[in-house]
Design a protein around this ligand. Sequence first.
Ligand SMILES: C[S@@+](CC[C@H](N)C(=O)[O-])C[C@H]1O[C@@H](n2cnc3c(N)ncnc32)[C@H](O)[C@@H]1O
Length: 383
Amino acid sequence: MENDKPKFIYVICQHGAEKTLREEVLANHAGLKLAFSRPGFVTFKAEEASLGDNFALKSTLARTWGWSLGKAIGDSADALAKQIVESSRFSTSVHVHVWERDPTLPGKNGFEPGVSPLATEVARMLAEANEHLAGSSTKQFNRVAGVDDCIFDVVMVEPNEWWYGYHIASHAAGRWPGGVPIIDTKVETFSRAYFKLKEALLWSGITIQSGDVCAEIGSAPGGACQLLLEMGATVIGIDPAEMEDEILKHEQFTHVRKRSSEVRKKDFSQVKWLVSDMSVTPTYTLDAIEEIVSHDRVSVTGVIMTMKLTDWKLVSEVPALMKRARDLGFKFVRSRQLAFNRREFCMVAVRDRFALRKSKRVKKVAPRPKKKSKVEDKPRESE
Ligand SMILES: C[S@@+](CC[C@H](N)C(=O)[O-])C[C@H]1O[C@@H](n2cnc3c(N)ncnc32)[C@H](O)[C@@H]1O
């Protein structure tokens, strides 16, 4: 059964983050009440009449969210797909995102978030069902949507229970299937920090240009430095631990084998982007960043921080941490538990939003009569 005016929202989060996500969302939104919860998938009832399509959920842990239209339950994938394509929203939507909720913590037993082969297969079934549907528009499945596009979501919560609904892609992560950027996770990296940094850049709009000077504190073994070097940056890695040989040999790389507090602050004078990924508390990280950026010879444009959640309770301190970053003179400050994060979240602080890449506004096209729907086996990487 499809609701005319959706009253429930579904929120996608990391497997295991749902308890803290519930507390965070309920603390930020008095008009929401807890409804249903599974690992990585939480729903809330919206009691405020004023919550419209453009309602923005305030949450660091929410990976993506949308308005629920209902759930399909059945014994076979065919039966579930049939129920979903009957939704009037489905027939008019241009973008359809299909994904499974995370089965475990990212990075555990080889699991990485993203559209699974099963979700691709289900997208193919929906595309096929769409071919036989009279009056339905042409569709793109699991492609990066444009800014402010309305996206039809299918969340495979259980093998026989698929929730469906929609959301407006009002921010970068809302444009990606399941809030996960399309990243090739088969590439060889020195650590998962490669994917974390890649996602942080895509989400925040920070663009590293060839020749930019970047410093990373907490740089060993070197996944994030690997990405920065691939982008043509000149990189200073600060860490008392050993870096990978291949990184050490790179002519654009310098290793400062020290703790951040032991580095002379004027050594950061050429640094444009500062990355921090230390295995320490968020307060320690911000203390270290403060010491560096408040030195009068230092003028970094922005900082990308991985904040370790040594305790889930630290999520309640996010607003205070963000205020601290703003007080350091950064006007654009955002936090998000990235899809590729583990028990941690990302905080970016940029001097000015003009330093950020603008999201491409994709020219709106009216739904066209049906052509073959696009399902790609190997999605292209997010821009
Ligand atoms: C999660 S690992 C970093 C992974 C790394 N970013 C990469 O790309 O592979 C955390 C690192 O923080 C380093 N670390 C902890 N405290 C530090 C400090 N005070 N200064 C510099 N590095 C520190 C540790 O030695 C460890 O190598």
